[in-house]
Design a protein around this ligand. Structure first.
Ligand SMILES: N[C@@H](CCC(=O)N[C@@H](CS)C(=O)NCC(=O)O)C(=O)O
Length: 323
């Protein structure tokens, strides 16, 4: 039998109240209910370490599901930095809501311990990506936007090209700026919005930015160019990819970013397939881990914890499937 209307109303009110409380811990919002990503520590661009080229002197700590870590992982991979920077993948601990090391690292079992050892504030979240210096025994930088700039200047093999050459700096900066708030953080602003108006604002901004990128790529294709700032992939492409590769798998079903499936933006669809095909990129992609982590860990958005079936990643990066 259907529960009485009064019971449904009460349950709704109680659930909403609890949901707001849970979201307060997970995803802080401003007075208008817009998600505001909390500031972290170690956010400044550090100087290039003197011992940057020494083998294994530094460790890049990433989590598979995190798009901010993914951009750093991509630069590490595209610039072939494995000789001087070890890669360490942490795993989520959904019960505790934090990252933990698979094996103890520098005597720590959680990222939060390592973060505090570096002088990080106890009240701030210990986030990935982080770059650890073995020599200095501290996190050098914990902000992906700066970290990718540092990795782009890291000593690399001559064939490992730079992803932000000075000649294209202006165009690259333009796209990075455009994507950071409205696309990269934009999907979170949709998913963590506390009310309809906050969601509408974030969702509109997200698809406006994607439409702009679509138009830019169509023009590039007409000129015979494949990338946002041509002629090679740049940091602008790098920062867009982690968000777009998760779109149908996570952000559309969980965060409500479903106005346009990517096949309706065909230049972006083709661009995503091209980027995925770059050497080393597929190794940074783990659709299973993304779906399990997002659907399993974001309890207030998805209380059942059920991981829904999703499209096959190989079809999402097949440029032949869309005209
Ligand atoms: N501003 C940071 C954001 C990184 C971030 O939010 N990472 C998330 C995973 S996607 C995280 O580690 N969260 C752990 C926590 O909040 O405790 C960056 O771009 O590096």
């Amino acid at each position: 039998m259907r529960p009485p209307a009064a019971l449904i109303q009460t349950a709704r009110g109680l659930w909403r109240c609890q949901w707001q409380q849970l979201m307060g811990g997970l995803a802080p919002a401003d007075a208008n209910g817009r998600y505001r990503r909390p500031p972290g520590a170690f956010t400044a661009l550090p100087p290039l370490p003197a011992a940057a080229a020494s083998p294994g002197g530094h460790v890049l700590i990433v989590g598979r599901s995190c798009p901010w870590a993914h951009r750093a992982w991509l630069v590490h991979s595209l610039r072939q930095l494995a000789g001087s920077i070890d890669l360490l993948v942490v795993e989520p601990d959904p019960a505790a809501g934090r990252w933990r090391f698979v094996e103890p690292f520098e005597g720590c079992s959680t990222l939060a311990q390592l973060y505090r050892r570096s002088g990080g504030d106890r009240r701030q979240p210990a986030t990935v990506p982080a770059l650890w210096s073995r020599q200095e025994q501290r996190i050098l930088v914990n902000e992906s936007a700066r970290l990718i700039e540092l990795l782009d200047r890291w000593p690399a093999a001559p064939e490992a090209r730079q992803l932000a050459p000075t000649s294209q700096q202006e165009a690259i900066d333009h796209w990075r700026q455009r994507f950071q708030d409205d696309v990269n953080d934009g999907v979170y602003r949709c998913g963590f919005a506390r009310n309809q108006a906050a969601y509408d604002e974030a969702e509109t901004a997200l698809f406006q930015a994607l439409q702009e990128a679509e138009q830019a790529l169509l023009e590039q294709e007409r000129r015979g160019e494949a990338w946002l700032c041509s002629p090679e992939p740049s940091l602008a492409d790098v920062v867009l990819f982690p968000t777009l590769i998760r779109l149908e798998l996570v952000y559309a079903p969980l965060f409500g970013c479903s106005r346009l499936p990517l096949w309706q933006l065909p230049a972006l669809w083709r661009w995503r397939a091209r980027f995925f095909a770059l050497a080393g990129v597929s190794d940074t992609c783990s659709a299973e881990a993304w779906r399990t982590d997002y659907f399993g860990a974001l309890f207030p958005l998805h209380p059942s914890g059920i991981v829904p079936a999703g499209p096959d990643l190989s079809r999402l990066v097949n440029s032949q499937l869309v005209p």
